[in-house]
Design a protein around this ligand. Structure first.
Ligand SMILES: Cc1cc2nc3c(=O)[nH]c(=O)nc-3n(C[C@H](O)[C@H](O)[C@H](O)COP(=O)(O)OP(=O)(O)OC[C@H]3O[C@@H](n4cnc5c(N)ncnc54)[C@H](O)[C@@H]3O)c2cc1C
Length: 379
């Protein structure tokens, strides 16, 4: 693009902060910078016509982890690390609700459940043994909650499940409408005079002497600070970052009369998840069926994951009911060996906040704020 004088001194002036990626992390970072330094010039550069990574493709679980997920995560970290991470997830959800409003994002506190079938007996036994311990450590994090995780076997028939032997209930889990959440976030940013460019793919970022330059399609921007918030795609710009992509496939059924399901549900240590939405079931997951194949930044649906999800629907979730999938899509997450995200200064004028480990609805807001504060403090 051959920029005119007018464009150079308006749309593409030298910015104080350029944020790459208009997902939940990037937009919350922009809002935080405006909150602390309202006079700052900020732009967000997003390669697609709408945010197009994970923030508008997810399942909309407002959760901080099922019991079996937390047990697995505890094996990889200390109690203090895990508690701090859960606290961040809880704080992040509160932040998102406070900034955008429960009605706007369709926040519904319908509770969350974890299912256990006969084949999950060992996991169930571990969960039941560890339940009192986790309820104790979570009590102060989830603001005085006496019993975050509770036995709920009596609800199995209420939901119409088949082959489910046990259920654990978490009354503090909720669900949102991720599209409405992101629309509201974009609106908030625009109200605060954050310039958002869609269709603006960043090709390269260079650390110059005392500033950073950003290469787009045939033109370059200069900025005092750049914050990379492209999550699973971040190694395209910053190859040294330690993260791996993980594709998540999602399916939505037709409208089902008298749908009994209400809430968010986790199965198989969180690898499968489903929920109700507008009398439909949204279901996703299955990365564990073929980890290597799903370690990709390519969007797409595979037969092996879809078939397993169909089996789960027929045999466990919605037996003896006619249903079909009316929609399917995928989104890309970022994972690492460590559970915590990467929030750091990469060079004098380049920062990044990425690798939400599949929990960005929960932690995205606080991660965005954390990187914004770091960047403001150092500049
Ligand atoms: C299927 C699925 C289900 C999920 N379910 C849940 C859930 O229920 N609860 C939960 O807490 N989390 C869930 N997550 C995770 C959550 O959605 C993510 O952790 C979160 O959205 C990450 O936000 P982000 O802003 O870091 O990244 P993203 O939303 O991926 O945003 C990054 C943006 O950067 C843009 N971009 C990439 N490269 C460039 C470039 N070169 N130039 C310009 N722009 C670029 C992308 O288009 C994208 O819009 C799920 C994720 C998926 C995929």
């Amino acid at each position: 693009m051959n920029l005119s004088y007018w464009e150079r001194t308006s749309f593409f002036k030298d910015y104080d902060y350029c944020i790459v990626g208009a997902g939940i992390v990037g937009l919350f970072a922009a809002l935080r910078i405006k909150e602390v330094t309202p006079e700052a010039n900020i732009c967000v550069l997003e390669r697609s016509v709408i945010p197009d990574g994970a923030s508008t493709k997810n399942a909309g679980f407002a959760c901080f982890g099922s019991l079996s997920e937390l047990i697995e995560q505890k094996k990889k970290s200390s109690e203090a690390e895990l508690c701090s991470l859960v606290a961040k997830r809880w704080a992040g959800l509160k932040k998102m609700r406070a900034v955008l409003g429960d009605d706007v994002i369709d926040f519904k506190n319908w509770g969350g459940y974890e299912l256990f079938t006969e084949q999950d007996k060992p996991v169930w036994e571990e969960c039941i043994n560890q339940l009192p311990y986790f309820n104790t450590i979570l009590k102060d994090i989830i603001e005085g909650a006496e019993n975050v995780y509770q036995h709920a076997d009596h609800k199995i028939s209420e939901f119409g499940f088949q082959s489910v032997e046990h259920l654990i209930y978490n009354p503090y889990e909720a669900q949102i409408h991720s599209g409405k959440m992101m629309e509201a976030l974009i609106k908030k940013c625009r109200e605060k005079n954050v310039q958002i460019f869609f269709g603006a793919e960043v090709k390269k970022i260079n650390q110059e002497d005392k500033f950073a330059s950003i290469e787009l399609n045939n033109f370059e921007l200069k900025t005092k600070n750049v914050i990379v918030c492209t999550n699973a795609f971040a190694t395209e710009l910053l190859p040294a970052l330690e993260l791996e992509p993980g594709r998540g496939q999602v399916f939505v059924t037709n409208k089902i009369e008298n749908l009994k399901l209400k809430g968010t549900f986790h199965y198989d240590a969180g690898y499968f998840y489903f929920r109700n939405i507008d009398n439909r079931i949204l279901i996703g997951g299955g990365r564990n069926i073929n980890f290597e194949k799903e370690k990709t930044t390519q969007f797409g649906i595979t037969e092996e994951v879809k078939n397993e999800i169909i089996r789960l629907m027929n045999e466990v979730i919605l037996p003896n009911t006619d249903w079909n999938f009316e929609m399917e899509w995928s989104g890309i997450m970022a994972f690492g060996k460590e559970l915590s995200p990467i929030v750091k200064q990469v060079s004098t004028n380049i920062y990044c906040a990425v690798r939400c480990n599949g929990m960005g609805v929960a932690i995205g807001s606080v991660i965005g704020e954390e990187i914004a504060d770091m960047c403001i403090k150092n500049s």
